[in-house]
Design a protein around this ligand. Structure first.
Ligand code: SF4
Ligand code: SF4
Length: 176
């Protein structure tokens, strides 16, 4: 089926009124308040509780809280977490029980910021923080290792104070 186009009127054929109409729209926006954000120089202020990238945290005494239980690795839907536990060697300063991971990696290309790792962690060792814009020049760069995760996570005061007690118990045992 051929649709017949309406022929242009003589006014439309002038084109000038249409051009002027376009300039008018441009000019009206020129004097309006700017609403465009100059990203990435400007960034959003995200609200409290925002679920951004997950990082490992240390306690207020600079101790890595993660004990390699691997629950987060198990529940992570896209399998973004890879933990290498420390093996039979255990940390005596923590009551000979706690195991700081040998390596802890999160592939940020896979992570969907779901928060399951934070939910499941029995040690309050991993938290979703406010970073929403992660960039890198290669895939390898987007796999954050333990050092990077701890640096980005910083210190978070814990409601779990068991390590102080365990350290005291370990000291007491050593002195006997
Ligand atoms: S936020 Fe979700 S996807 Fe990301 S590491 Fe944690 S469990 Fe995995
Ligand atoms: S971050 Fe938490 S859940 Fe994951 S291995 Fe460490 S202690 Fe376990």
């Amino acid at each position: 089926m051929i649709i017949k186009r309406n022929p242009l009127t003589w006014f439309e054929k002038l084109y000038i009124p249409t051009l002027i109409g376009g300039f008018k729209v441009t000019l009206s926006h020129f004097f309006k308040k700017k609403v465009t954000m100059q990203y990435p120089e400007e960034k959003w202020t995200v609200p409290e509780g925002y679920r951004g990238a997950p990082y490992l945290v240390k306690d207020e005494k600079d101790r890595t809280k993660c004990v390699s239980c691997q629950l987060c690795e198990f529940v992570c839907p896209p399998k973004a977490i890879k933990i290498t536990p420390p093996g039979p060697e255990v940390n005596k300063e923590r009551g000979n029980i706690e195991k700081e991971p040998e390596q802890f990696e999160i592939n940020m290309l896979r992570c969907i910021f779901c928060g399951y790792c934070q939910e499941v962690c029995p040690e309050e060792a991993i938290f979703l923080q406010k970073d929403y814009s992660l960039t890198g020049e290669s895939r390898e760069e987007m796999i954050y290792d333990k050092t990077t995760l701890l640096e980005l996570g910083g210190v978070k005061e814990s409601s779990i104070k068991k390590w102080d007690k365990k350290a005291a118990d370990a000291k007491a045992q050593q002195s006997h």
